[in-house]
Ligand binder design. Structure first.
Ligand code: FMN
Ligand code: SF4
Length: 426
């Protein structure tokens, strides 16, 4: 079995069943001996794999912490995908469930876990069906009946945050809880719990077979491997794509068929992410380090192409209201601060905000920054602050003269349908 060269890796055409999957990729290492497990963790550390759920945390380091974290640890494959603009976890579960299961299985072997929870967004019927079918095929691999199970979480923005996932699996609501202890210290039923995004696990499945050198054959020296993007907005072929880390955003947009109209900005990293004006975005690449130095974040790989003729103030106000309404209602700065910021932005968008509103919003952003158990307020801070910078002239125009002509543009940033939106936390 030869290792796949180049890309796609994760989005290669799906094998029809587990037999074909094994015929293509080979079997997973057994990791039965302690030394083999230790060598595997060291190999993942050497590979440079970082989490694909948004935070970019080194996967090897988390594996080591859980492996050293006490008896009977638990593995959670996080496919909650609460970010409304992201579809990559859905696509992976739908088309490559065996890679995700492989990743969870090999992670469990590495840390000595027998219990795996596959956490899936309640609304992802296709992903759930594909995962269920794949797990049924692999029932004989389970250490005991029910040791691998699927848990469906409500479709809420913060439900996929790892402490929320653990709280849910412990019988509570899918709401974040204050950390520490972090899940890798004390998680499901008090056990050390490895929470990894499903894309991270699919990468782990391939690293387990082909090794860190293969993994680093694409990407950059600092950031090896590929990354899935969900590219939407004003592009000809919106969808989920796989790129080498280090790929310029110009190629990301071309990869989605190119712009359908002149672009004014990109939103990168989803709603935990950052607005970038087009000239800046055109100089940047898909990589945590480069984006971080530019004050941005790769997040979960969402890239929204925003037309020049769309109103950035209105788009920002819509999403800020959505984020405020997704507060789990537990932390004061989140409950009151986000609502106030969203209301001020709505007033600016509608052209009925008194002079000084922009400055007030800036001050409130400072007040909520770094607050809240799950840092949802930080999402709003990054998203709104970058909007105030990129659309500075438009904000001033809205405050002084009223709404611009572009407010009638159809909404660009995706949001859940209000009529069918999930309101529950269980
Ligand atoms: C508000 C919030 C929402 C999050 N939602 C998700 C999510 O839907 N899916 C996900 O995999 N990670 C999500 N994360 C990140 C998780 O907390 C966690 O870091 C991740 O699942 C770990 O996996 P990784 O190291 O493989 O990225 C979220 C984080 C925050 C702060
Ligand atoms: S910051 Fe907001 S969403 Fe996060 S836990 Fe607190 S109230 Fe809930």
């Amino acid at each position: 079995m030869s290792a796949p060269a180049g890309l796609p890796r994760l989005l290669a055409p799906s094998p029809a069943n587990h037999r074909e999957h094994v015929a293509r990729y080979g079997s997973l290492p057994g990791l039965r001996k302690r030394a083999e497990r230790a060598e595997f963790v060291a190999m993942v550390e050497r590979s440079g794999l970082r989490g694909r759920g948004g935070g970019g945390f080194p996967t090897g380091r988390k594996l080591r912490a859980v492996a050293d974290g006490g008896r009977h640890p638990v593995v959670v494959a996080n496919g909650a995908e609460g970010e409304p603009a992201s579809r990559k976890d859905h696509v992976l579960l739908r088309y490559s469930p065996h890679l995700v299961i492989d990743g969870a299985a090999v992670a469990a072997r590495a840390v000595g876990a027998e219990e795996i929870h596959f956490v899936v967004d309640r609304r992802d019927a296709e992903g759930l069906a594909a995962l269920d079918a794949a797990l049924r095929e692999r029932a004989p691999e389970m250490p005991s009946p029910g040791a691998w199970r699927v848990d469906v979480v409500p479709n809420r923005y913060v439900a996929g945050e790892e402490s929320a996932v653990v709280n849910f699996l412990n019988g509570g609501e899918a709401k974040p809880v204050t950390v520490p202890p972090r899940p890798y210290e004390r998680g499901v039923r008090g056990r050390a719990t490895l929470v990894q995004n499903v894309e991270t696990l699919a990468n782990l499945a391939l690293i387990a077979r082909y090794g860190p050198e293969w993994f680093g054959a694409v990407g950059t020296t600092d950031e090896p491997g590929s990354v899935l993007t969900t590219t939407v907005g004003a592009v000809a072929r919106p969808g989920v794509f796989e790129f080498a880390l280090g790929t310029p955003f110009t190629e990301v947009i071309e990869g989605a068929g190119g712009p359908t109209e002149p672009l004014g900005a990109l939103l990168v990293g989803g709603y935990f992410g950052t607005w970038l004006d087009l000239p800046t975005a055109e100089r940047l690449v898909l990589a945590h380090g480069v984006l971080h130095r530019a004050g941005a974040t790769l997040g979960c790989g969402v890239v929204v192409a925003v037309p020049a003729l769309c109103c950035g103030v209105t788009e920002t106000a819509r999403v800020a209201r959505y984020l405020a309404s997704e507060s789990a209602g537990q932390c004061g700065p989140c409950v009151y601060g986000l609502d106030a910021i969203a209301s001020a932005l709505e007033a600016l968008a509608a052209g009925r905000a008194p002079n000084g509103t922009i400055a007030t919003v800036e001050r409130w952003l400072g007040d909520v920054a770094g607050r809240g158990a799950c840092h949802l307020p930080d999402a709003v801070v990054g998203f709104v602050r970058s909007s105030l910078a990129v659309f500075a002239d438009d904000y001033v125009l809205h405050e002084r003269k009223g709404p611009c002509a572009a407010v009638t543009h159809a909404p660009v940033l995706p949001l859940p349908d209000p009529a069918t939106r999930d309101r529950s936390w269980r």
